[in-house]
Ligand binder design. Structure first.
Ligand SMILES: [Ca+2]
Length: 313
């Protein structure tokens, strides 16, 4: 009887307070643009709210300060133990404009990535429940393509991953988008072999929603210093508004049912050798891309600002 009451109580609690936090893997080229840093701040807020759990961060930018900056941000939010995986022989080896600079100016504590990215992806997926993991890719496809090439890699993804939310591509045909262009072959492998649902936030989505400088200037005042604000101020001459590319992929991944975005019909994304992306609708296709209208843009930006600047706890 006691047991039955407990089961009933747990079911009621789950219904009232929502389900278990969704395990998230964040795969980022931290250090190339500042939107990765704001996207990571959003993930910490979503974890504090019990919506997600950040189970690993893997890097596709091949510079040690990329992981060090992620470590500094995670440590600031009280989550310095989140495992980090570094890419080996990856794209964009340059240091960039804000990772080392923010750490040194702010005196932020960090540690180095203690794993290679693909090995960490494998280990992390194996440890999670079947069909539970959301992967957010906001850099190049290097790590995920290599995971697909591992023996059993594709099966592991099919078994464990619920959704791949990625910022990549351009579905208005302006040109090859940066995240695709920097490792075209990896992105081609990803679209050809990824076994599950894939939702693309193309260049045109984040380009039309800009994170405002005034939020960076005012909304982070709850901390005397903040590593994301330090990064933002080093990345370009402050004040400036910045496109929210990577933030869109995080928001969709965390709250796919919230109506922030409109989904395209199902179909297939094709990536040519120059990095152009093209979408073709097809019944039963596992790829979709995000669309936004004016009302959605305002609502999306509001959510991004609330989440990115939410106090650490
Ligand atoms: Ca990025």
């Amino acid at each position: 009887m006691k047991h039955k009451l407990m089961v009933l109580f747990l079911a009621l609690a789950a219904a009232l307070f929502g389900a278990q936090p969704v395990p998230v893997i964040f795969d980022t080229d931290m250090g190339n643009d500042i939107d990765d840093a704001l996207a990571l701040a959003m993930l910490h807020a979503l974890e504090s709210r019990g919506e997600i759990k950040l189970v690993a961060v893997t890097l596709t930018k091949d510079n040690p300060w990329a992981a060090r900056y992620v470590s500094a941000v995670n440590t600031f939010y009280g989550r310095g133990a989140i495992p980090l995986g570094a890419v080996k022989d990856g794209a964009t080896k340059q240091e960039g404009k804000y990772t080392r600079q923010a750490i040194e100016s702010g005196g932020w504590k960090w540690s180095d990535a203690n794993a290679e990215a693909v090995a960490l992806l494998e280990r992390t997926l194996k440890a999670q429940a079947d069909g539970s993991v959301v992967v957010i890719q906001v850099g190049f496809s290097t790590n995920l393509a290599r995971l697909l090439a591992e023996p059993g890699g594709r099966d592991l993804i099919a078994k464990k991953v619920k959704l791949l939310s990625l910022m990549a591509g351009d579905f208005t045909s302006h040109g090859p988008e940066y995240n695709v262009r920097e490792d075209v072959k990896a992105c081609q492998k990803l679209v050809a072999e990824w076994p599950g649902e894939m939702v693309w936030s193309g260049f045109e989505v984040g380009r039309t929603i800009k994170y405002p400088a005034r939020s960076i200037g005012h909304d982070f005042g709850w901390a005397p210093r903040h590593p994301v604000v330090d990064g933002y101020k080093h990345y370009m001459k402050f004040p400036y508004d910045r496109e929210t590319w990577d933030l869109t992929a995080v928001l969709y991944a965390a709250r796919p049912e919230a109506g922030y975005f409109t989904l395209s019909e199902p179909g297939r994304v094709a990536v040519d050798d120059k990095g152009f992306t093209k979408f073709e609708a097809a019944a039963g296709g596992r790829h979709r891309y995000l669309k936004v209208d004016e009302v959605q843009r305002a609502r999306i930006l509001e959510a991004m600002i609330w989440l990115a600047s939410q106090p650490a706890r």
